[in-house]
Design a protein around this ligand. Structure first.
Ligand SMILES: [Fe+2]
Length: 278
């Protein structure tokens, strides 16, 4: 099998076929995949058959595993492998992880550089994941807006009091082990591709340093409205065997609860350690 890569849109997403991660990956192919990830931000590898340990091994080709804050939630028998599913119900409300645009674990001083999912069970239709390109969104901002947000820093906590949605329960033990809040620039520079990007997360941003909350919320809303336009989007329609790795320094993402909740959606999930945003 030969590795073939094909862009999925002009700006975001690339598809790789001809790979089997259950076998050793040729070093030259690893280099191609790492470059594709950094330049295209969302790497989709088709037709995989991961057991949890193989999923972890594939992740480690791209970096070091960043453990999830909710240490109590993991694939049974595999404490190092997290998952997302649609079968959590709390207080009579179904929790769909990732239901609004966000970037993962930005409450950490050094948030994860990447997140990956592997589709184990999928609904017969719907349940897409949407990504928006935060490099292009930044580049297109009017010059006066760029000037206005230059140097601003936001405080990212585990769950902002202004979050548009609740997060699922976290155990007391996991809560005690949370890191201190992340204080991150609204505009960060990607350490590998050199591009600037907006770095936003309404679920976790609780304030912008030096601004009144109302003004900060209005600014975040304005930037979110801009960044989530369709022209910045790659919308991933899941197929069985899809393994998707995305760059949290380059894109925001969101899940869609638009399918029959009698059907199960279950994906393995892992994150990779990242650097302090600058
Ligand atoms: Fe997420």
């Amino acid at each position: 099998m030969a590795l073939t890569i094909t862009p999925l849109t002009a700006h975001t997403g690339i598809e790789a076929t001809g790979l089997d991660f259950a076998q050793p990956i040729d070093p030259a192919d690893q280099t191609v995949l790492r470059r594709a990830f950094v330049e295209h931000h969302v790497l989709v590898v088709r037709d995989q058959h991961f057991a949890p340990d193989q999923f972890t091994a594939a992740a480690q080709l791209f970096g070091e595993i960043q453990p999830h804050d909710k240490k109590e939630r993991h694939v049974p028998g595999h404490p190092g492998v997290d998952y997302v599913s649609n079968d959590q119900i709390e207080n009579g409300r179904r929790i769909i992880p990732g239901e609004t645009f966000h970037t993962d674990h930005s409450n950490h001083p050094s948030p994860p550089k990447a997140t990956m999912l592997f589709a184990v069970e999928l609904p017969s239709r719907g349940g897409d994941t949407q990504y928006v390109n935060m490099h292009d969104a930044y580049d297109d901002l009017p010059a006066d807006t760029k000037q206005r947000i230059d140097g601003l820093k936001a405080v990212h906590v585990y769950q902002s009091k202004y979050s548009p949605r609740p997060l699922s329960q976290i155990s007391d033990d996991s809560r005690r082990k949370l890191p201190p809040p992340g204080i991150h620039p609204l505009v960060r520079t990607h350490p590998e591709n050199g591009r600037k990007a907006l770095f936003l997360n309404p679920v976790r941003m609780e304030s912008i340093i030096g601004m009144e909350d109302n003004a900060a919320l209005a600014l975040i809303e304005e930037l979110m409205r801009h960044a989530t336009q369709k022209k910045y989007e790659y919308r991933h329609k899941w197929r069985h065997g899809d393994w998707v790795l995305w760059d949290n320094r380059s894109v925001m993402h969101q899940a869609n609860p638009d399918y029959d909740m009698k059907e199960r959606r279950y994906l393995y999930r892992l994150m990779l350690k990242g650097e302090t945003p600058v």
